[in-house]
Design a protein around this ligand. Structure first.
Ligand code: SF4
Length: 81
């Protein structure tokens, strides 16, 4: 997944940071920025919770991860041989 940050909408409330400090931080001007370049799987819940906490909807969850069953990944790898 990824987080779409609409900096034009951010008003610096900081709720995203309070809810998910592992994902969001506030820059020197008081606006949100992501702490990580990639939202790893273990950060997805926190990232989504922080986005939901934003009172002006400046954060949007995009490209939700689509997990493939392990068996289909093996089949895919087999096809590449
Ligand atoms: S909660 Fe929303 S408005 Fe506040 S800093 Fe985070 S993104 Fe910006």
């Amino acid at each position: 997944m990824d987080i779409d940050v609409n900096l034009g909408a951010c008003e610096g409330h900081g709720l995203c940071f309070q809810v998910a400090p592992s994902v969001y931080e506030i820059d020197h001007e008081g606006y949100v920025r992501l702490r990580v370049a990639v939202i790893s799987r273990d950060l997805e819940d926190a990232a989504a919770a922080g986005a939901r906490a934003c009172p002006v909807a400046a954060l949007k969850v995009v490209a939700p991860r689509i997990d493939r069953p392990e068996s289909s990944q093996k089949e895919h790898n087999h096809d590449e041989r």
